[in-house]
Design a protein around this ligand. Structure first.
Ligand code: MN
Length: 348
């Protein structure tokens, strides 16, 4: 089940960590607003560094763990993660980026720092190649799959909590294998599923939700617009940015629609999310085109995310920006933005 590629990369990693690094502290850094994939993968890498290479490791993130499900995952599984605001970069000798890459704009690694290790499944970027050890597999559905393979190849014990985290990561990241995935994702999933805690999984999947969740959802549903197969909704200030992709996912399930787009404001940024059901599409490229030089973002073929600065977050200028982005996206998708019309949801 463990591919030759993983065995080769593990040997390369051992060579690098054993001979190319000091015994100083490691910082394993996830992307901002970490999702289950980055949380499980980061926990996996931290375990590998501790158990196999006897290194001292801190697992960290920037932004917020926003979704109730993700907070539940961390607390139910007792995963130890620290927010960067409580850490000092100077205390760390070595750095690893996980489920993200240098200069993507979705992690807090300072630009002048080159990470020792990069593990990811997003399309490879030029800045990543400067790192001494890189394992980027864009064909994989989840970064967690890569790290699970390393632990298996290194014969590190995968306990019930680890197995649960990996299973949940692969499930959410591939939307229960409804999205693009590699055979490796399915193999790791099938291998670890019997060891996972199904009660914990159930709790993680349906945690209590805050009122703000329903409030934002209500606002989003009140403002749905559509032209042909594109469906769009924008909201104002949100209490956590992860609700924006959640809205895009929900809209994409509307019958007859193949593209969805949502945005929402958090602090001084407008967060954007694009989803499509078209497996041949390149949502990441569309997102970068939409953001231009003003924002940062990217993604895979069928899903993409990003943000742009909101210098003025008053309702009027925000509305104007949201309308402009919608009409631009409609044009990219060869749909007439003039024909964008509200979707009336209360008609029976
Ligand atoms: Mn991921």
């Amino acid at each position: 089940m463990i591919s030759d590629l993983t065995r080769r990369k593990l040997a390369e990693l051992s060579e690098y960590v054993d001979k190319g690094t000091s015994s100083g502290r490691w910082l394993v850094l996830m992307h901002d607003n970490p999702d289950p994939d980055s949380i499980a993968a980061a926990a996996g890498l931290s375990k590998l560094l501790r158990k196999v290479y006897r290194r001292r490791v801190t697992t960290a993130y920037g932004g917020i763990i926003g979704r109730a499900e993700n907070q539940e995952m961390v607390s139910v599984l007792g995963i130890r993660v620290s927010h960067l605001r409580y850490l000092n970069w100077k205390h760390y000798r070595h750095f690893a980026l996980i489920d993200t890459q240098p200069r993507t704009g979705n992690n807090q690694l300072p630009e002048e720092l080159t990470p020792d290790l990069v593990f990811d499944h997003h399309p490879p970027r030029r800045a990543t190649l400067l790192s001494p050890f890189v394992d980027v597999r864009p064909q994989y559905g989840a970064t967690a799959t890569i790290l699970a393979e390393y632990l298996l190849a290194a014969d590190v014990d995968i306990d019930k909590r680890d197995a649960t985290a990996f299973v949940y990561a692969i499930r959410t990241e591939t939307q229960d294998f409804g999205r693009r995935y590699d055979r490796a994702d399915k193999e790791v999933y099938d291998d670890l599923h019997p060891a996972a805690d199904i009660r914990a999984l159930a709790r993680i999947q349906s945690p209590p939700l805050p009122e703000s969740y329903y409030r934002t959802l209500h606002e989003a549903l009140e403002h749905v617009e559509s032209v042909e197969t594109l469906v769009v909704s924008h909201v104002g200030d949100v209490t956590q940015p992860d609700i924006v992709p959640e809205i895009a996912d929900l809209l994409l399930r509307l019958r007859g629609k193949t593209w969805s787009f949502s945005t929402g404001a958090f602090e001084d940024r407008l967060y954007l999310s694009i989803r499509t059901t078209n497996p041949r599409a390149d949502a990441g490229r569309l997102m970068r085109r939409l953001l231009g030089r003003r924002g940062k973002g990217g993604g895979h073929g069928m899903m993409a995310g990003g943000w742009m600065p909101l210098p003025k977050n008053d309702t009027e200028s925000r509305n104007r920006l949201q309308a402009l982005l919608t009409s631009r996206l409609a044009k990219y998708l060869k749909k007439n933005p003039e024909r964008l019309a509200p979707l009336i949801l209360d008609e029976s």
